[in-house]
Design a protein around this ligand. Structure first.
Ligand code: CDT
Length: 313
C-alpha cells in the first residue's frame, strides 16, 4: 500500500442464530466488493464476524458451544472470502472464535494481506462480562466463560508495507492497548466489536454507549498519533440490540467516516500516513516527551489503591 490508501470498515448487521456460515460469508463478500468499488485496499470486519454474538447464551457444558468456533482459518466456508479478497488484491482484518487443536478457546482476529496470506494474529486480552449464569437477564455476556485471556500480547504486523496493530472490542476502551501498539510503530489500529445496548451490570444510556465508543476510538487515535478503524456487528440479533457507529478516526481524533445505519454497510476514508507524522514530531513526540520512569504504577498495580507517598519540602 502507498502512504495514501483507502481504508474501509465493513459493518455487519445482525446475524441470527440460525444463519449458517455460508450465508454470512456471502454477505461479507458483498461488502468486500462494495469496498473495492470504493477503491479500498484494506477492509476491517467485526469481532466474531461469522456467527451471532453467542456469548449471550448460557451453556453449562462449554463444549456445547463448539459449533460457533473455527478449528481452521480459512475454513471451507470462509475460503471464498479469502479467494475473493486475493482476486481483488485487498487485505483484511477478520474476527472469529478460535478453537485450537489442543482445545483452547480464544476470541481471535487475524490480518490477511492482499495475496491472501495470514500475516498476523491477535487473541483478545480484555474479556468483559462474566463466567457464570446471571438469572433474569434477556441476554448474558459470557465472554469470561467461553474464552481464555489471549496469549499473544498486542502485536504489530506489516501488511503490504503498512504497520497494523490489532485489538478487539472491549480492548478499545483501555488506553494501554493503543500505547503498546504505538510504541511498536503501529500506523493503523484496527478492531472489530459487538457492543450490546444492554450489558449486565453496565448502566449507561443508549446515547452514552455510542458516545463512549467513539470517545475511546478518538482518544486512542489522537493520543498515539495513529489511525483507528473499527467495524461493528450491529442492529438486532435474536432480540438483542447492538450499537452501530463503525468508524474511521484520524490521528487528529476526528471521525472521518461513520456508518449511518445498523445494517451491512461499508464506510471508506482516505488514510494519509504522513498526516500522523506532524503529531509524532510535535505534541506526541514520544522520544522527547514521554517519562516512563514515572509510569511504573501502570504495570505494578492492577486495581485502584492507596496514594503513593510523595516527599516534598
Ligand atoms: N464484545 C465486547 O467486548 N463488548 C463490550 C461490551 C460488553 S462489556 C460487558 C464492549 O466493550 O463493547
Amino acid at each position: 500500500m502507498d502512504r495514501k490508501f483507502h481504508l474501509a470498515v465493513a459493518q455487519v448487521g445482525g446475524i441470527q442464530p440460525d444463519e449458517d456460515r455460508s450465508t454470512v460469508v456471502r454477505r461479507l463478500v458483498d461488502l468486500l466488493d462494495d469496498a473495492h468499488r470504493q477503491a479500498a485496499s484494506f477492509v476491517v470486519f467485526p469481532e466474531l464476524t461469522l456467527t451471532t454474538f453467542f456469548p449471550r447464551y448460557w451453556a453449562e457444558d462449554r463444549d456445547d458451544m463448539h459449533s460457533f468456533f473455527e478449528t481452521e482459518m480459512p475454513s471451507a466456508e470462509v475460503k471464498s472470502l479469502f479467494d475473493r479478497a486475493a482476486e481483488l488484491e485487498i487485505g483484511f482484518y477478520l474476527g472469529y472464535a478460535e478453537l485450537t487443536a489442543d482445545g483452547r478457546r480464544y476470541n481471535t482476529s487475524i490480518l490477511v494481506d492482499s495475496s491472501g496470506a495470514v500475516v498476523g494474529k491477535y487473541r483478545k486480552i480484555h474479556l468483559p462480562g462474566h463466567a457464570e449464569r446471571i438469572e433474569g437477564l434477556r441476554a448474558q455476556h459470557l465472554e469470561k466463560r467461553y474464552f481464555e485471556v489471549g496469549d499473544l500480547g498486542f502485536g504489530v504486523f506489516d501488511v503490504d508495507g503498512v504497520k497494523f496493530g490489532m485489538c478487539l472490542c472491549n480492548d478499545r476502551r483501555w488506553p494501554e492497548v493503543y500505547r503498546v501498539l504505538a510504541l511498536q510503530g503501529a500506523d493503523v489500529v484496527v478492531l472489530g466489536y459487538n457492543t450490546p445496548t444492554e450489558v449486565p451490570g453496565w448502566r449507561e444510556e443508549p446515547h452514552a454507549k455510542m458516545e463512549t465508543h467513539l470517545l475511546s476510538l478518538r482518544a486512542g487515535a489522537y493520543q498515539n498519533a495513529v489511525w483507528v478503524a473499527a467495524a461493528g456487528k450491529s442492529g438486532d440479533e435474536d432480540g438483542a440490540h447492538m450499537i452501530g457507529g463503525s468508524a474511521i478516526v484520524a490521528p487528529s481524533g476526528e471521525v472521518l467516516a461513520k456508518a449511518r445505519t445498523e445494517d451491512d454497510e461499508v464506510v471508506v476514508a482516505e488514510v494519509d500516513l504522513d498526516y500522523s507524522q506532524s503529531y509524532r514530531e510535535s505534541v506526541f513526540n514520544f522520544e522527547a516527551h514521554r517519562r516512563p520512569e514515572h509510569y511504573s504504577l501502570i504495570v505494578d498495580r492492577v486495581g485502584r489503591g492507596e496514594p503513593l507517598p510523595v516527599s516534598f519540602d
